[in-house]
Design a protein around this ligand. Structure first.
Ligand code: HEC
Length: 127
């Protein structure tokens, strides 16, 4: 009888220990909305050759990871969305320090309004 209890007790302790040892799961990244997913495709096809979406990785242009933070303070009077839109439509309007004015000026013509809105929505998820 006592042995049975002991086994039951050990089993309970083990069970509790295992439960307590469960690793805290990382906060899952929310899935992209349909617009953001379209923006990701636009980014991969038109921007990724020069811009990384990984922090600190410079290709030809700066990494666009966390760009929302910078975008909001780059040009006085421009909020993040306005700055990003201007950067795409008229890249020469503001040239990031340390980089050359190499970004193509063709996106205003080659991308649709929907694609531009989508890529901006995607850039705002990179944080
Ligand atoms: C041929 C290379 C090239 C391509 C392709 C390109 N860019 Fe750029 N981009 C640059 C360079 C170089 C800079 C930095 C100089 C400047 O500000 O114009 C830049 C700057 C930017 C900035 C400003 C970043 C900051 O930190 O202020 C944004 C936003 C941006 N690009 C978005 C895009 C998007 C979106 C696309 C695709 C639709 C794209 N770029 C495609 C080269 C490129």
């Amino acid at each position: 009888m006592q042995l049975k209890l002991l086994i039951l007790w050990s089993w309970a302790v083990l069970w509790a220990a295992c439960g307590g040892a469960v690793e805290p799961t990382a906060v899952p990244t929310p899935p992209l909305t349909a617009q953001e997913a379209l923006g990701k495709t636009v980014f991969q096809q038109n921007c990724a050759s020069c811009h990384s979406n990984v922090a600190g990785q410079i290709i030809v242009g700066p990494s666009l990871f966390g760009v929302e933070q910078r975008a909001a303070s780059r040009v006085p009077g421009q909020d993040a969305k306005t700055y990003l839109l201007t950067s795409i439509m008229n890249p020469g309007a503001y040239v990031v320090e340390g980089f050359d004015d190499l970004m193509p000026r063709s996106f205003a013509k080659s991308l649709t309004g929907e694609e531009i809105d989508a890529v901006i929505a995607y850039l705002l998820t990179l944080e």
